[in-house]
Design a protein around this ligand. Structure first.
Ligand SMILES: Cc1cc2nc3c(=O)[nH]c(=O)nc-3n(C[C@H](O)[C@H](O)[C@H](O)COP(=O)(O)OP(=O)(O)OC[C@H]3O[C@@H](n4cnc5c(N)ncnc54)[C@H](O)[C@@H]3O)c2cc1C
Length: 147
């Protein structure tokens, strides 16, 4: 598993350009997304989630979250050429085992003779849909084993 610094930023004004998601921005920032554009969210400003790159996260695992937040926001502002704006709120959190590096390559594992199974995003990838696929398929296998 790879560690991942995640940064939450709340801005009182709309600041990001039109695009809602940016990937592989630099050696520091891997992903930026506008959270307030999800359906049902209304906000006057921008709510942004930032993921740091895995290598940079490893190098900075021991840093204070406040310092990481400042560095990540400075980098996002730089790569997106944003005007200098102080966020109304921001917080960084280290997900030490955040994202799967090398998936299993199978949707789940289930040992019928012991009636034990395991599943999760790490079986197929690193996203919520991989977790859903894995859980749904494992559930199917369990139901089948009982019938
Ligand atoms: C910062 C961050 C942001 C992300 N953003 C996105 C995104 O925008 N879109 C997307 O698709 N994916 C995103 N992901 C990935 C997504 O969160 C995961 O793919 C998904 O949550 C994996 O689901 P899961 O059920 O496999 O595991 P988890 O959601 O990790 O669930 C595992 C559960 O098991 C519990 N658990 C662990 N050990 C034990 C134990 N011993 N006993 C009992 N319970 C235990 C945990 O508490 C947890 O509730 C993100 C991940 C991170 C870290």
């Amino acid at each position: 598993m790879q560690p991942c610094w995640a940064l939450m930023v709340r801005l009182d004004q709309r600041l990001l350009p039109e695009q809602d998601v940016y990937s592989d921005m630099s050696q520091i920032v891997r992903w930026v997304s506008r959270n307030n554009s999800k359906p049902g969210r209304t906000s006057g400003g921008d709510h942004i989630v930032v993921h740091a790159a895995p290598t940079w996260t490893r190098q900075t695992e021991d840093m204070e979250p406040e310092a990481v937040a400042e560095e990540l926001w400075a980098e996002v502002s730089h790569v997106l050429s944003l005007p200098p704006v102080r966020p109304a709120q921001m917080a960084a959190h280290l997900w030490r085992h955040g994202l799967c590096d090398t998936p299993l390559g199978e949707t789940y594992m289930f040992a019928r003779e012991h009636m034990v199974g395991v599943g999760g995003d790490w079986c197929r990838g690193r996203l919520a849909e991989h977790a859903f696929e894995s859980g749904a398929a494992l559930g199917g296998a369990i139901v089948e084993a009982f019938s």
